[in-house]
Write a protein that binds this ligand. Structure first.
Ligand code: C5P
Length: 401
């Protein structure tokens, strides 16, 4: 039997009395096949010693941001990349406030900004501090950005008072974080389009767009985690292909069309996140166009609407489109859902001040015939996971009907 790869957990410990439980937490995580690297705030060192933590995690413990010795090994950016999860336990009121503000004034907060891994927070504090509007606003902001809250629990506190603010027990935290994820898409083939297309004008120039491909790549990774076999038909991007995903690289809308039509018969689900050019130059000039004339006219012809064609197939897969809009997002998305005969559509506002093209964060309104769900602004990696789960749920519901 092949051994499952260890889950890499970066454990951030901030200064609260519950820090005394962290050696036990590390043991619980390691028992569940996790590798743990520990980063402490200065205040945490008053509650638990680095030596105890080092003894249970088997690695040296870090707290300084610019420690030449530590940086000579795995530097802080490498450490941020290494982690599959960042778990902050205990997360004090002060630490939550620093995270909400995006401060990077010590190693832990710097790592929280530098990592793209999911962030899990196990708050621990006096109940009045937890219930204070400032803390509650910080927690809401962090949740909206995609952080997952573990607790706090309620009960008697170290200060002698009773109320909400107790850190969850180490076993509970370890089980929630490392619970096996449901493989609800096992045995299914998911076809995803992502990124921009490039429509050649001559051998050097093309018509392109600002799509980065981040949303499609995040969805490809998320569907793989849900157990699906994923094929990603991708326009030119700088992104690395997610682990376990089959990537088919294309440049033009015509190539995207061919790649999709060759594979669509075997897929259960089709998700079109690519920003496909609606038009292409009628003729591609064989040699570089010289700048001799004072103006240049290009005749453009329509590209096929791949998404609409897939949705119209007799044995169409469950079909999900995207709609990037600059105004009246929901209305335009609903019109597209109906006009293209889709099962679902995910719409987002694009423009200078919003997420969308190129940004790391995005917010979406997802519509289907009998409902809608709003996802607030959050990292695309996290949004990919949330959206994949929603699509998988709606797909399962469509099979049941
Ligand atoms: O109609 P509009 O281009 O706004 O629709 C966007 C959706 O349609 C996206 O899901 C995009 O991937 C898909 N699309 C497509 N083929 C095209 C144009 C858009 O699959 N030629």
């Amino acid at each position: 039997m092949t051994q499952q790869a260890a889950t890499k957990i970066l454990l951030g410990i901030s200064g609260g009395i519950a820090a005394y439980k962290t050696p036990d937490l590390i043991r619980r995580l390691r028992e569940r096949n996790a590798e743990v690297e520990v980063v402490m705030t200065r205040a945490a060192e008053s509650f638990v010693t680095p030596l105890s933590l080092q003894a249970v995690c088997g690695r040296s413990v870090r707290s300084a941001l610019l420690d030449p010795q530590a940086e000579a090994g795995m530097d802080h950016i490498e450490l941020a990349r290494w982690a599959d999860h960042l778990l902050v336990a205990p997360a004090s009121a002060h630490l939550l406030a620093r995270l909400a503000l995006g401060l990077a004034d010590d190693l832990l907060t710097t790592l929280a900004l530098a990592t793209t891994a999911p962030v899990w927070l196990a708050p621990a504090m006096n109940h009045q501090m937890w219930l204070h509007p400032a803390t509650q606003a910080n927690v809401q902001l962090l949740s909206a950005r995609g952080c997952v809250l573990l607790g706090p629990g309620s009960g008697s506190q170290a200060c002698g008072e009773i109320g909400p603010g107790r850190m969850l027990e180490p076993l509970d935290i370890a089980e929630r974080l490392l619970a096996p994820r449901p493989q609800c898409m096992a045995g299914r083939h998911v076809l995803i389009t992502a990124g921009p297309t490039q429509e050649a004008i001559d051998p050097v120039r093309y018509i392109g767009n600002r799509s980065s491909g981040k949303m499609g790549y995040a969805l490809a990774a998320a569907f793989t985690e849900l157990g699906a076999r994923v094929t990603l038909v991708s326009g030119p991007t700088a992104l690395a292909c997610p682990l376990g995903v089959e990537r088919v690289s294309i440049e033009s809308a015509g190539q995207l069309y061919e790649a999709v039509m060759q594979r669509v018969q075997t897929c259960s689900l089709f998700v079109a996140t690519a920003a496909v050019a609606d038009y292409r130059p009628q003729d591609v000039v064989a040699t570089k166009i010289k700048k001799e004339a004072s103006s240049l006219t290009l005749t453009l012809v329509r590209n096929p609407d791949i998404l609409a064609e897939v949705a119209a197939l007799p044995e169409a897969p469950f079909t999900v489109g995207f709609a990037a809009e600059t105004d009246a997002v929901e209305q335009h998305a609903m019109e597209k859902l109906q006009a293209k005969g889709l099962d679902m559509i995910a719409a987002n506002l694009v423009g200078a001040e919003h997420g969308g093209f190129g940004a790391d964060d995005n917010a979406l309104i997802v519509l289907w015939h009998a409902g809608r769900q709003v996802f607030p602004m959050m990292p695309k990696v996290r949004l990919g996971k949330e959206l994949a789960k929603l699509i998988a749920d709606r797909y399962a519901a469509s099979l049941a009907n």
